[in-house]
Design a protein around this ligand. Structure first.
Ligand SMILES: Cc1cc2nc3c(=O)[nH]c(=O)nc-3n(C[C@H](O)[C@H](O)[C@H](O)COP(=O)(O)OP(=O)(O)OC[C@H]3O[C@@H](n4cnc5c(N)ncnc54)[C@H](O)[C@@H]3O)c2cc1C
Length: 485
């Protein structure tokens, strides 16, 4: 068995942790040969060589100035140029990179190469001529060849002291026979028009005493004021309209109605625990090709994102991931999304037709009160759950708490989790990293409890309580106790 592991080098020189997890997954399958594949700068060579000391026989670095500035489609194209010349049983990609966060390259590659895709793998073992994959949504059995996108489920091993380096091959666009018109900045259908600092979500925080919190929550809940949806507000400014566009889910109707004179709903068959088959993806792409809409919008749940990536690859068009706002300017769709982990907002256009986007909308879950747990409040999880029970609040968490196993991924709020907009959001022991803020900044009233008076979360809160979480929980439970009696 031969496994190819696709790896991306980050700007600081390290490799994407999802990809190193994919490499460890490959090593544990103990194939006859592992080959590492990277498209990147020449500096990646020494890193790749170092990684071959873990076991891969060889590494291939696709490096050329012509590849610079590639978007996901151009990247997938360059990788596919090399992969088409090779034989292999499995391709492993990390689920996503931690800088771009699009999760598009894996599904785009699978569509380009006509491979079966197994998404979000957390465990894998061979069983005769098959591979049994444990995924986030259950077990999947696949034949060979296939492409797996791998979760951060494995920690990469250390090399043995005397381990030898494998062979490294560096290939240019010419060596690959890649079409220059499909590589790099010029070959990328999506283009960044401009980017600006993301200062959204800031509020004037009023510091209060713990005893005031119940009164404030009650008042905020009584107000007939919901959280707001940034994306829907943003389009109100858009006066120009496209003649028509396609959406794949009714949840996008309001958004699309502000962008186009006519909106066609063409639903994808994405029922629970299902991704689309190759045949379904091809027939959807064919439908789009024949109708030639100026834009197709998908929701940003992971199944729709995988489907959108595959369809974009089949149509060779641009796809912008996880848009938080959209507008129409000069007759074309402008897609706005967080970049550089949310610190910047980028405005993106697509120079091919249709422009495709996955769009962040607020979930239909009607949570009016959310108690959100950060690393600083994990020690009081039990008390917070009890408080949530008493006040009928929902509980969510930061990525730090999901990564340490205290909460499930479904409970994570933020850039890589859910978008929420309850009437009241109580941030407990949360520092206020921009990655978290982008998922909750549309909440009605925000109350933050933190020990550190300088914690950034206070800049995004309407009310702040500066105290230790244990003391706060003791206080709040005694207050609600009295109220119950
Ligand atoms: C690409 C990328 C994507 C990411 N996506 C997300 C995402 O979707 N969602 C997300 O949440 N994060 C995300 N993160 C992580 C994010 O950057 C932060 O690391 C994370 O939000 C921090 O979680 P936290 O606030 O719980 O922990 P910390 O940053 O460790 O903060 C803990 C806070 O608790 C306070 N505290 C400590 N002890 C007490 C006490 N006894 N009483 C009261 N307060 C106390 C501290 O003062 C501190 O402010 C992402 C990161 C990256 C790089």
């Amino acid at each position: 068995m031969r496994i190819i592991v696709c790896m991306k080098q980050m700007a600081d020189g390290s490799f994407n942790p999802f990809d190193t997890s994919a490499l460890e997954c490959a090593l544990q399958l103990m194939p006859d040969q592992i080959t590492l594949l990277t498209m990147g700068r020449p500096e990646a060579a020494s890193w790749l060589e170092e990684l071959t000391r873990l076991g891969p026989v060889d590494a291939v670095l696709l490096s050329d100035m012509a590849f610079a500035g590639s978007d996901t489609l151009a990247t997938s194209y360059v990788l596919s140029c090399w992969l088409r010349r090779e034989t292999y049983d499995l391709i492993l990609c990390g689920r996503q990179s931690i800088d771009g966060e699009t999760a598009q390259v894996g599904p785009e590659l699978a569509a380009m190469l006509g491979l079966e895709l197994v998404p979000r793998v957390m465990g894998a073992k061979t069983e005769g001529r098959h591979l049994i994959c444990k995924t986030r949504t259950g077990h999947i059995r696949t034949g060979f060849p296939a492409l797996l996108t791998v979760e951060r489920a494995w920690d990469i091993r250390f090399p043995c002291l005397f381990a030898q380096k494998g062979k490294l091959q560096i290939m240019s666009a010419e060596n690959l026979g890649a079409d220059p018109a499909r590589c790099g900045l010029m070959g990328s259908p999506t283009q960044v028009i401009r980017s600006c600092e993301n200062t959204g979500g800031r509020r004037n925080c009023q510091m209060i005493a713990p005893r005031d919190i119940c009164k404030i929550i009650r008042k905020a809940l009584e107000k007939n004021e919901d959280g707001f949806c940034k994306i829907q507000n943003a389009e109100e400014k858009s006066e120009e309209k496209l003649p028509f566009l396609w959406i794949t889910d009714p949840v996008l109707e309001t958004v699309a109605g502000r962008l186009a004179k006519q909106v066609y709903l063409v639903p994808l068959d994405l029922t629970e625990n299902k991704t689309l088959s190759k045949e379904q993806l091809h027939s959807f792409a064919e439908l789009v090709r024949r109708s030639n809409p100026p834009a197709v919008l998908f929701p940003s749940d992971w199944r729709s994102r995988y489907a959108a990536s595959a369809v974009a690859a089949l149509l060779e068009t641009g796809l912008c991931a996880d848009c938080t706002a959209l507008s129409v300017e000069g007759g074309e769709l402008h897609m706005i999304r967080p970049a550089f982990s949310g610190s910047l907002t980028a405005i993106i256009r697509c120079r091919t037709r249709p422009a495709m986007a996955t769009v962040r909308t607020l979930e239909s879950k009607e949570e009016t009160l959310i108690l959100s747990v950060g690393k600083g409040a994990v020690s009081c999880k039990k008390q917070i759950l009890e408080w949530a029970d008493r006040c009928q609040g929902a509980v969510t968490a930061t990525r730090a708490c999901v990564e340490n196993g205290e909460f499930s991924y479904e409970e994570q709020v933020g850039l890589t989790g859910r978008n929420v907009s309850p009437k009241v959001y109580v941030a407990l022991g949360i520092s206020g990293a921009v990655h978290h803020i982008v998922g909750m900044e549309c909440s009605g009233t925000v109350i933050a409890v933190n020990l550190d008076p300088e914690a950034p979360i206070f800049r995004y809160a309407d009310y702040g309580i500066c105290c230790d979480i244990t003391e706060f929980c003791r206080h709040i439970l005694s207050l609600t106790d009295t109220a119950e009696k």
